[in-house]
Design a protein around this ligand. Structure first.
Ligand code: BG6
Length: 471
């Protein structure tokens, strides 16, 4: 079966600064929250100091992208390379580095597609005012975004604001939340989330003001949750999980206000964030041009009514496994109909078709996938190759799902799988690889950092060449 992809469909690939660049303190770059957290694990696994060393291999890596035929490269700028302490002096060497990368991409016929913030808040802003907890962080972000639009906006027309705000804000480490009291902790989290919404709105408006023809959107971690059974309560639980994990975030971006169920929850928990007069207008004024989504897996939920063990109102750590709403709880269960990757992500191409249809039907904005991929422990075999047929199978099935969504009428801009080359996995270093190109290093041994084309590289090259006709 073959699918027809639009002529202007972007076949790309993705990365993020702290996971690919290395050069963590070179040429004036400041430390970030992502660096800080990765250094905590330096004795056990790779950290962001060298990562894939893109900082020194960028020319070779872009040559490989060109050889693959990539039409877009979704990558992030490190805020602390541009403004080492987050809101102070501009670092000209940081600007120069990204200028070289952007120019080389354009010479190679590749559209630069930039994320402004991918988990790497400048650490100096944590020291200064605990980062996103303070409203000033939203203004510091706006300034950083403006610096980027002014420096690169003549050539870069496609931008993303935060990578996965909806997921990031649930992870204490990424938000640098250290508050031990669970009640205060959730309050801080809600305030941080709100400041990120403000930062998003400020930078969407700044992009439209400063970048001629500029297009900007969010990148959400998409959530598809199935009910465990056809019991109406389980159907409700699945819906709640989607709404509380992702949909509320898209709704704030789209409509400039929290949806009713989320505001009711914030009120009930006494954690409605502090807002300034004029915020509502600002949030409503920021109009995104597209929605980007990252898609890895689906979830399955069942409902648990409030009881003695889980009384209504109990706050649960990180809201990850069992989540609370105003009426009861929902619990994430394993879906026995699906197989999982060796790291536990349930593989589900049908879920991708579902979520693409849902987001398109709800928001009517063009969609682009900015992450999708299989994390595995790839093996460099004696023939000097990586035979990753499992990745080819994974990508093929997901691309087919996109083809079907396009037939369903969904307007798709493109597909940027994770990741262009092997890079630092957020939790498993280099033991878990996603790349189309193998980077010859292990967690504790840098080896020669050689770039080796995996079988999936050649396969994807052919997909691009045939505009998805040959999968
Ligand atoms: C996404 C992130 O949520 O998941 C990436 O945007 C991350 O930064 C990817 O690498 C895969 O997760 P992990 O933990 O396997 O690296």
């Amino acid at each position: 079966m073959s699918y027809t992809f639009p002529k202007n469909f972007w076949w790309g690939a993705s990365s993020s600064a702290f996971q690919i660049e290395g050069g963590w303190d070179e040429d004036g770059k400041g430390m970030t929250v992502a660096d800080f957290n990765s250094f905590k694990r330096s004795d056990k696994q790779a950290d962001s100091k060298v990562a894939s060393d893109f900082y020194h291999h960028w020319e070779e890596d872009i040559e490989l992208m060109k050889e693959m035929g990539m039409q877009a490269y979704r990558f992030s700028i490190s805020w602390a390379r541009i403004l080492p302490d987050g809101d102070g002096e501009i670092n000209p060497k940081g600007i120069a580095f990204y200028n070289k990368v952007i120019d080389k991409l354009l010479e190679s016929g590749i559209i630069p597609f930039i994320t402004l913030y991918h988990f790497d808040l400048p650490y100096a802003l944590v020291t200064k005012y605990n980062g996103w907890e303070c409203r000033d962080c939203a203004y510091a972000f706006e300034r950083y975004a403006r610096v980027c639009f002014e420096a690169f906006g003549d050539r870069v027309k496609y931008w993303q604001v935060h990578n996965e705000q909806n997921l990031m804000m649930r992870v204490d480490e990424r938000m640098n939340i250290n508050e031990p009291d669970p009640v205060k902790k959730e309050k801080i989290r809600a305030q941080m989330d709100y400041h990120m919404f403000l930062a998003h709105a400020l930078s969407v408006n700044a992009c439209h003001e400063l970048v001629e023809g500029g297009k900007i959107g969010c990148a959400v971690s998409s959530t598809v949750t199935y009910p465990m059974t056809n019991k109406p309560e389980d159907v409700w639980a699945a819906r709640m999980n989607n709404q509380f994990k992702t949909d509320y975030c898209l709704d704030v971006h789209m409509y400039g206000e929290y949806p009713g169920y989320y505001m009711a929850y914030l009120k009930e928990q006494d954690m409605v964030p502090a807002m300034d007069p004029g915020d509502a207008e600002l949030l409503k004024s920021a109009k995104m041009d597209f929605i980007a989504l990252n898609y890895y897996r689906t979830l399955t939920a069942c409902y648990l009514p409030a009881d003695d063990e889980h009384p209504k109102g109990t706050r649960l750590e990180g809201m990850n496994e069992v989540d609370y709403d105003m009426y009861g709880y929902w619990k994430i269960e394993k879906n026995t109909n699906l197989t999982a990757s060796e790291y536990g992500a349930q593989i589900d191409p049908v879920g991708l078709r579902i979520v693409l249809n849902e987001y398109w039907n709800r928001y009517r904005l063009p969609l682009i996938i900015t992450e999708n991929g299989l994390g595995t422990a790839d093996v460099l075999t004696e023939d000097g190759k990586v035979h990753d047929d499992y990745r080819i199978d994974y990508m093929k099935r997901h691309i087919e799902a996109i083809g079907k969504a396009i037939e369903d009428g969904v307007q798709m801009m493109g597909y940027c799988p994770w990741s262009v080359i092997d890079l630092l996995s957020s939790h498993q270093g280099f033991r878990k690889r996603y790349g189309l190109v193998y980077v010859n290093r292990s967690d504790m041994d840098l080896k020669d950092l050689a770039r080796i084309r995996k079988d999936s590289f050649y396969w994807y090259q052919n997909v691009i060449r045939t505009n998805g006709k040959k999968l």
